[in-house]
Design a protein around this ligand. Structure first.
Ligand code: ADP
Length: 500
C-alpha cells in the first residue's frame, strides 16, 4: 500500500517540485490550525451556552419548586400566582413545564395537553427517587430537558405537630413531585448559525491569505535555486572567466562551489584537449612537409636526375613515411587505451618469463649499438595483470633505455616483489633527463630534446601510454636521473588486480 502510494506520488510530477512541496507544507501548516481553532471555538460556545441556559432555568425552577410547596400546589392547583409564574417562565425560555406529583401524574402542563396523564420516563422516576435534579441536552431536536424535584423539608415544627419526638432531630426531605421542563435552545442555535457563517467567511478569508502567503513563500524561498539554475545554464553557452556565485543559502553556495570546481576541471581538460589537437596536427604535418619538400626538390631537378641522388632522396622520403606511420600507430594505441579503460583483460601473468621474452626481442636492437641488456630477477613473480598492457609497459621503458643510451652502454632490468606489489626497475647508462624535464616526460608529445628524439624515431607518446597502462593497473611510476650518467625508471604494480 505504502509502496503503491509512493509510486503514485512519484508519478505526479508536480509533487516532485520543491516549490510545490514548500507551498503545500506552508498552506497546510497555516490552514489546519485555523480550521481546528474555528470549529473548536464554535463547539465550545455551544457547550457553554447550553450549560449557562440550563443553570439559569434550573435556578428559576428551584425557586418555583419552593413556591409550589408553599402554595401546596401539588394538592391544589388552583393557585393563580403559581400558574402565572409557571406561564411566565415557560414563555421566557420558550419552553414547557409539567408539574408531576408523586403518583407520576401530570397535574399541570403549561401546554395544557398532558394534564392527567402519567409520565414514566426514566429521568422523572430517577428524580423522584433520588431527589436530585438533572438535565439532558438534545442537540438534534434543539431542546434541554430539565428535571427539578419538588422537595418538602420536614421541618422541626412539622415534626412537633406530629407529636413524634424522635423526628425532632431528624429533618427529612420528602420528594412530593417533579417538574419536567423542556427548554428550547433555538436562540443558541441561531447565534451558533450566525457565528458559523462568520467563521466560514473568516475561514475563506484566511484561506485566501494563507494561499497567497504560501505562494509567495514558495516563490521567494526557491528564488536562489532558480538563480543557480540560470547561472549554470548561462555557462552552457561558454565558460565564464569569473566563478559563478549565489551566496543566498549555504546550500546554494555548496552547489555553486561544486559547479565552479567542475568548471575549472573542464577548463583544464579543454585546454589540454586543444593543446593535444594542435600537437597532433603539428606532429603529423612535419613528416608530410618533409616528404613534400624532398619530392618537390627531386622534381625540380628535371628529367636527368642521377640515380644516386634519386635513391638518396627516396631513402629520406621512406624514413619520413615510417615516422608518420609510427606516430599514427602510437596515437592509435593511445586512443585505444583511453577507450578501453573499463576493459582490462586480467590474467595471471608470469612476470619473469614475460620480461625475459621482451628482453630477448629487444636485444638485437641493443646489440646494434653495442649495448648490453641484463635481467636481474630477485624472485619468481606472478601477478594478476593485463598481459598486453604489461608487455607495452616493459617494452616502452626498455626501448627508451636503449634509445637514449650511449654506444657500449648497458641496460639493467631488476624485478622484485613484496607481499603486495612487484617492482620493475629499468636502469640505463644513457644521456639522462634534466631535473626540470622529469615532471613533464609523461605528457603527450613531450620530448627533452626534440631533434635528438626525432633522430632516433621518438614520438613523445611512449611514456604517456606507459603511464596510462600502469595507472590502469593501479600502479605507479617514478623516474630518477643524473644527466650524462643515466636514468632509472621504477614501476610498482599490485600483485592482485583491484577492480574499483
Ligand atoms: P619518445 O617517443 O620521444 O621516446 P617518450 O614519451 O617515450 O617519447 O619519452 C619522452 C621523452 O623522455 C623522450 O623524448 C626523452 O627525451 C625522455 N626519455 C624517456 N626515457 C628516457 C631515458 N631512459 N633516458 C633519457 N631520456 C629519456
Amino acid at each position: 500500500m505504502n509502496i503503491k502510494l509512493k509510486k503514485i506520488l512519484s508519478q505526479l510530477k508536480v509533487l516532485r517540485s520543491l516549490k510545490a512541496r514548500i507551498f503545500i507544507i506552508v498552506f497546510l501548516i497555516g490552514i489546519i490550525p485555523s480550521i481546528i481553532l474555528t470549529y473548536g471555538i464554535l463547539e465550545n460556545y455551544e457547550d457553554r451556552a447550553v450549560s449557562v441556559r440550563t443553570s439559569d432555568v434550573q435556578n428559576q425552577l428551584n425557586i418555583i419548586a419552593n413556591h409550589l410547596i408553599t402554595y401546596n400546589y401539588l394538592t391544589d392547583t388552583s393557585s393563580e400566582v403559581i400558574s402565572a409564574e409557571l406561564e411566565q417562565i415557560s414563555n421566557l425560555y420558550d419552553g414547557r413545564i409539567m408539574v408531576i406529583n408523586s403518583g407520576l401524574k401530570v397535574i399541570k402542563d403549561t401546554y395544557g395537553t398532558s394534564e392527567g396523564r402519567t409520565v414514566i420516563t426514566e429521568s422523572v422516576i430517577k428524580c423522584m427517587k433520588e431527589g436530585t435534579g438533572g438535565s439532558n441536552y438534545d442537540a438534534e431536536y434543539g431542546y434541554i430537558e430539565i428535571t427539578t424535584p419538588i422537595i418538602e423539608t420536614a421541618a422541626a415544627d412539622a415534626a412537633v405537630g406530629n407529636g413524634a419526638t424522635e423526628n425532632k432531630e431528624k429533618k427529612k426531605d420528602v420528594v412530593l413531585g417533579v417538574m419536567l421542563t423542556n427548554v428550547s435552545t433555538e436562540s443558541i442555535n441561531v447565534t451558533l448559525d450566525i457565528l458559523s457563517r462568520r467563521a466560514l467567511l473568516l475561514a475563506i478569508l484566511m484561506l485566501v491569505a494563507i494561499f497567497a502567503i504560501a505562494l509567495l513563500l514558495s516563490h521567494v524561498l526557491m528564488k536562489p535555486f532558480e538563480r543557480v539554475a540560470k547561472a549554470i545554464s548561462e555557462v552552457k553557452e561558454g565558460y565564464k572567466d569569473e566563478p559563478i556565485s549565489v551566496p543566498d543559502y549555504l546550500e546554494t553556495e555548496h552547489i555553486v562551489d561544486a559547479f565552479n570546481e567542475l568548471q575549472n576541471r573542464m577548463k583544464v581538460v579543454d585546454t589540454s584537449r586543444q593543446e593535444f589537437v594542435a600537437n597532433v596536427s603539428h606532429e603529423l604535418k612535419t613528416p608530410i612537409t618533409s616528404v613534400k619538400v624532398l619530392a618537390d626538390s627531386l622534381l625540380a631537378q628535371g628529367d636527368n636526375v642521377p640515380a644516386e641522388l634519386y635513391r638518396e632522396f627516396m631513402v629520406d622520403i621512406a624514413e619520413e613515411i615510417e615516422r608518420e606511420d609510427k606516430i599514427i600507430n602510437d596515437l592509435l594505441s593511445m586512443v585505444k587505451m583511453d577507450r578501453t579503460v573499463a576493459t582490462m583483460n586480467v590474467t595471471v601473468v608470469d612476470v619473469n618469463a614475460l620480461t625475459e621474452l621482451i628482453l630477448k626481442r629487444l636485444r638485437p636492437i641493443a646489440r646494434k649499438r653495442d649495448i648490453e641488456v641484463v635481467f636481474e630477477s630477485k624472485r619468481a613473480v606472478t601477478a594478476e595483470a593485463d598481459e598486453v598492457k604489461l608487455t607495452l609497459i616493459i617494452t616502452n621503458l626498455v626501448e627508451n633505455a636503449i634509445k637514449y643510451n650511449r654506444e657500449q652502454g648497458w641496460v639493467k632490468v631488476v624485478l622484485d616483489a613484496d607481499h603486495q606489489f612487484f617492482t620493475l626497475e629499468i636502469e640505463d647508462s644513457g644521456i639522462g633527463i634534466p631535473e626540470a624535464s622529469l615532471e613533464h616526460i609523461y605528457e603527450r608529445f613531450y620530448r627533452v630534446d626534440k631533434s635528438h628524439s626525432r633522430e632516433i624515431g621518438g614520438t613523445g607518446l611512449g611514456l604517456a601510454i606507459t603511464r596510462n597502462a600502469i595507472l590502469m593497473h593501479r600502479g605507479s611510476i617514478k623516474a630518477s636521473s643524473v644527466e650524462g650518467e643515466g636514468t632509472t625508471f621504477s614501476v610498482k604494480i599490485p600483485l592482485s588486480y583491484v577492480n574499483a
